[in-house]
Design a protein around this ligand. Structure first.
Ligand code: SF4
Length: 264
């Protein structure tokens, strides 16, 4: 037990060092406090078995999905932290698994750059979808539901048109609208698989650090959930991650529609 504790101290200090490089001081401080508090709360080995178990469970869910749906399955990737974890898990099960992304003209240039970096690093078998419709530059503020319908929901419908199932990085602690999802969901002939549904924000950062997955530069600026630039704001560490999405509109902290509308 003593050597286990010593190992954990080394592991935690190594993780914090890595996170301070990747995330910058603000997020590093928040995570440092989280890890210290968690360590003090449950200073036994059970807590440290949670992430490896979640990793194995997620890989099994993905592997079962591949077995069931074969080529009619793809992973959705927005290039946020949760997507990158799901993609990384899926690549371990099948390095050539199909991945799709929906980009919009309102995503920050950093997201386009990060996407290209990840495609090259992980040799992603990725298909990119982007709406051909032109939208008014003010639409994100004047009618965000319509903007999301055009730029996110419709291209996602295209992406899943020939699929029977898709894998998402959705997590039930991310926001007020994500509490009631299930690991497997079926809607109108399309199955959605959420392998990291029960992962916490801290699980995500631990997995990113342990696996040295490059971090989108917006996280170093303090963002906790990434979307299009006009609809993504900084929020403090006490609220839910998605509270910075669509601030000042009725959609605040909510959904773009790809998880709530029927895609088929
Ligand atoms: S997140 Fe904002 S900018 Fe992006 S599609 Fe939705 S409303 Fe438009």
């Amino acid at each position: 037990m003593e050597s286990f504790k010593n190992n954990m101290q080394v592991w935690t200090s190594w993780l914090l060092q890595l996170l301070s490089i990747e995330l910058g001081d603000k997020n590093h401080m928040a995570l440092s406090n989280n890890i210290t508090a968690e360590h003090e709360l449950k200073n036994d080995e059970n807590i440290y078995n949670i992430l490896p178990k979640k990793v194995e469970d997620a890989k099994k869910i993905i592997s079962d999905a591949i077995e069931q749906f074969g080529d009619e399955l793809a992973v959705a990737c927005s290039f946020g932290k949760d997507s990158m974890v799901v993609v990384h898990l899926a690549l371990q099960v099948d390095p050539t698994i199909k991945i799709f992304t929906v980009m919009t003209p309102f995503k920050p240039q950093e997201t386009f750059d990060y996407k290209d970096e990840m495609i090259a690093k992980y040799h992603l078998n990725l298909e990119e979808y982007i709406s051909t419709e032109t939208v008014d530059i003010n639409l994100p503020k004047t009618n965000p539901d319509e903007c999301c319908r055009i730029l996110k929901v419709e291209p996602t419908k295209q992406a899943v048109m020939n699929l029977d199932a898709w894998i998402c990085g959705l997590r039930n602690t991310e926001g007020r609208t994500r509490k009631d999802y299930k690991i497997i969901e079926k809607k109108n002939g399309l199955t959605k698989i959420n392998p990291i549904l029960e992962w916490t924000e801290l699980d995500i950062w631990r997995y990113m650090a342990i696996n040295e997955i490059p971090v989108h530069p917006f996280y170093a600026r303090g963002y906790r959930s990434l979307g299009c630039e006009p609809c993504t704001s900084l929020v403090n560490d006490t609220g839910l991650e998605r509270e910075g999405r669509w601030i000042g509109t009725s959609k605040c902290g909510g959904e773009c529609g790809i998880h709530t509308k029927s895609l088929k």
